[in-house]
Design a protein around this ligand. Sequence first.
Ligand code: AMP
Ligand code: ZN
Length: 114
Amino acid sequence: MENCLFCKIAEGQVPAKIIYQDEDVVAFEDINPQAPHHILLIPRRHIASMSDLTLEDGPMLALLFITADRLAKKLGLGERGYRFVTNVGPDAGQAVFHLHFHLLGGRKFSWPPG
Ligand code: AMP
Ligand code: ZN
């Protein structure tokens, strides 16, 4: 999609520290990390947010979640754990309207979140 920052990152038009990519999923470092490890995972195809998912996205989502867990284990977070979240809309503070999941790890997270 035109003028979508994360589409541009997925297409290599905007630079990012890409950690992993395949046909369906791209993972890269967040530019403003909120934890020692902060990686964003996105579908390569433009989907604005979790609100726009359909059942057909099931296999892609499974791949994305499994990739996140694999990356977390690679980063040494297998034992201590991590947080995996997506923001939808204004109350959650969604700033980029291309579906993305935050993989956060390397420190303790509070609950309930702020
Ligand atoms: P959200 O508030 O859930 O929409 O999160 C958007 C995230 O994208 C924030 O954590 C930003 O720091 C991150 N971000 C914005 N621009 C870039 C960029 N060019 N490269 C990597 N991460 C970015
Ligand atoms: Zn996009």
